[in-house]
Design a protein around this ligand. Structure first.
Ligand code: GLY
Length: 377
């Protein structure tokens, strides 16, 4: 084979928020790491995402996924300090909380039920009737059917989080290769031993597939049926020096996140039929704008900044795959985080680093196991 050969302990395929979080935690534990990214770091769903830490707003039932989300959310304040210390980059953790607005009687009943079980699980969840909501929002939100306020669901600036993770990982010795798509896996004696790129070979003791929506395609090259597929999300950013509310407003099909830098993020569609098409389109953005202005009329006067579109890594049960692949030595997966990549990045980095350094994991990974995938050849 022509070209350069690199050698590392752990090669991470995918330089999004998941790959960079794992790289950072492994580097902290003293492991030699290379991150391989086909375009630029965070250029896919990490960039298009909202940056919501919605452990309570995104989970509709108790269980392992809810617990994973709550655990991950709790890691962010310390992670912010650490990354700021190492890299000087602030992820801009913003903590006013999220109002989940009910859209009809059924939604109201479901949210009241959610308030019950989340409170029982020890989280804060406060019900607001419309009159109180108007008081809180200064008359900005169109009257609905009440709202559930989740004061501990926060948000970060996702591009800043990515930069902070990547810069810190680099400071700790991680090598990052951008604009380097992988061409195939290296296999020796039935085990994965690295990857081939257009420039040569990267040999590694372990390879972690953290390639977001592309992970299923890569896994196929090894005969692994990993049901991770693209679910397109379209959204847009508005410019504002002073957003109409500090709170995140979240309802069916539309959410509004005033960011710490003054911009307002409006998201997001959920499209399974779009395949790998990442272009924003007018119909989706028009429908999203209509919903956003109905919720918060003063948004209609804000200047438009950037349309965004990204591919969430969907999985059949909405839960990520985290761990080693039974039957394929040397191969690990951290993918399928669907709507919760930013939220789950902190815990994913932590548990994958624990797993790869032989420690007991902070979370039982059984529910996220690769036993849910299937080796076919
Ligand atoms: N986390 C929200 C979304 O994926 O739209």
């Amino acid at each position: 084979m022509m070209g350069t050969t690199h050698q590392t302990d752990t090669l991470i395929v995918g330089g999004g928020v998941i790959g960079c979080a794992i790289a950072y935690e492994l580097a902290k534990a003293g492991v030699d790491v290379i991150v391989l990214e086909k375009e630029t770091l965070g250029s896919q769903s990490t960039r298009a995402g909202a940056g919501m830490l919605g452990a309570q707003v995104e989970m509709t039932a108790p269980g392992p996924m809810y617990e994973l989300g709550v655990k991950s959310r709790a890691l962010f304040p310390k992670l912010r300090e650490e990354l700021l210390d190492i890299s000087g980059i602030d992820m801009e953790l913003h903590t006013p909380g999220i109002f989940r607005i009910a859209v009809d009687e059924d939604d109201r009943a479901a949210l009241l039920e959610r308030q019950r079980w989340q409170t029982e699980c020890g989280q804060r969840a406060v019900w607001f009737e419309d009159e109180d909501l108007r008081g809180e929002m200064g008359d900005l939100v169109s009257p609905r059917y009440g709202a559930l306020y989740l004061p501990d669901d926060h948000q970060v600036r996702n591009p800043q989080l990515l930069l902070a993770l990547a810069a810190s990982a680099k400071r700790l010795g991680v090598r990052i290769f951008e604009h380097t798509p992988m061409m195939g896996f290296l296999q020796e004696h039935g085990a994965v031993a690295g990857v081939k790129t257009a420039d040569g070979v990267i040999r590694a003791d372990r390879v972690i597939v953290a390639a977001g929506a592309w992970s299923g395609l890569l896994a196929r090259q090894l005969g692994l049926d990993l049901p991770v597929f693209p679910v397109k999300g379209q959204s847009f950013l508005l410019d504002s020096y002073s957003p109409p509310t500090p709170f995140t407003i979240y309802t069916h099909g539309c959410y509004i996140l005033p960011k710490k830098n003054g911009q307002v993020y409006v998201g997001a569609t959920e499209e399974q039929q779009a395949g790998f098409d990442r272009r924003p389109n007018l119909r989706s953005l028009a429908s999203l704008s209509t919903q956003a202005v109905e919720l918060l009329p003063s948004l209609g006067d804000l200047p438009f900044s950037t349309p965004l579109a990204g591919l969430r890594p969907g999985s059949r049960d909405g839960m990520p795959y985290l761990g080693s692949v039974p039957g394929i030595d040397g191969l690990y997966v951290a993918s399928g985080h669907f709507r919760n990549g930013v939220l789950l990045s902190a815990i994913t980095g932590l548990v994958m680093a624990e797993l790869l350094t032989g420690k007991e994991t902070s979370v039982d990974l059984e529910a996220f196991s690769l036993k849910r995938a299937h080796v076919f050849g």
